[in-house]
Design a protein around this ligand. Structure first.
Ligand code: MF3
Ligand code: CO
Length: 291
């Protein structure tokens, strides 16, 4: 983009600033990191102001859907019913559920209960019971822009042990997000998540991670939550990705259901918890686009 653009022209990103006062500076800095053999994102991953607004609007819808579904998460409801509610509400709000028919995924939401780590498929045969912890993972396409976030819901009376897992998993996500700043590294996020989980006696799922998002459901970078500080992709303003660590009460290992090829369980049958936000790297830190 730099070669098509004069230094006094307004920047391609839509900031309203001259290129020389905006991405010329950012691109110069990226070149310095590249020369030091850092993993620098391609310019195409950096969102324009217009794209950011699109993802923000999509994220607003995603937030509204999670706020909406909360009232229905009670003992006795089937996850199939919750899926139907999400499907209908998404349509009412003018969006499309991003998971529906995605790589053959059959439903509008993922609902993962207890020892299900992620990608639980809603079903009329799965009934929520008091004591369950459930992750509800909603993702939306709105005006062509993608957003993705998830929350844990505690059904009825949940044991103190499971409640602590849910709380610590949330702290892990939050501590990871607090690491996000321009010219930091993606590995800073994973290190903070992993440290906090281990300090609390939990483990972090290694083989499933977060992802870039915005123009597509899953973009680069892939986001590990067991990564090391100062490693991985350079964080540059305009990058958008999810922070969604999966925290296991027992061991980190997982197994995928051989019948549906989607549902991921903990290998040891112990519970797992996950929270997810879609986050933008800004010039001063970060902005949450969906939670
Ligand atoms: N929200 C999940 C994610 O983190 C959705 C996975 S794709 C699905 O990307 F098809 F399983 F839903
Ligand atoms: Co996601």
């Amino acid at each position: 983009m730099s070669d098509k653009q004069g230094r006094n022209d307004s920047c391609w990103c839509g900031s309203g600033r001259k290129y020389k006062k905006c991405h010329a500076l950012i691109e110069e800095k990226m070149a310095i990191y590249r020369s030091k053999a850092c993993e620098v994102p391609p310019l195409g991953l950096l969102k324009t102001q217009q794209q950011i607004q699109g993802i923000r609007d999509s994220g607003k819808l995603n937030i509204d859907l999670l706020d909406f579904i909360g009232d229905y998460v009670v003992a006795g409801v089937t996850t199939g019913e919750l899926d139907r509610l999400i499907y209908e509400k998404t349509g009412e709000l003018g969006g499309i559920p991003a998971t529906l028919n995605y790589n053959g995924y059959p439903k509008s939401v993922c609902i993962s209960i207890n020892d299900v780590v992620c990608h639980g498929i809603p079903s009329e045969r799965v009934i929520l019971r008091s004591g369950d912890i459930a992750n509800i993972d909603v993702s939306t396409i709105y005006n062509g822009f993608f957003s993705d976030s998830s929350r844990m819901f505690c059904v009825g009376d949940v044991s103190a042990e499971k409640q602590r897992l849910v709380d610590v998993a949330k702290e892990c996500m939050e501590l990871g997000i607090e690491q996000i700043k321009p010219w930091g590294f993606l590995g800073d996020v994973g290190q903070a998540v992993h440290d906090h989980a281990r300090k609390n006696g939990y483990s972090v799922v290694r083989e499933i991670g977060g992802h870039g998002i915005g123009l597509q459901f899953h973009e680069d970078p892939w986001v590990s939550y067991v990564s090391k500080q100062g490693t991985g992709m350079l964080l540059v303003p305009g990058l958008v990705f999810t922070v969604e660590p999966m925290i296991n009460m027992g061991k980190a290992g997982t197994a995928t259901d051989e019948r549906d090829n989607w549902t991921v369980y903990t290998a040891d049958g112990e519970p797992s918890a996950q929270w997810e936000k879609t986050v933008l790297v800004t010039e001063t830190g970060y902005e949450i686009l969906a939670y």
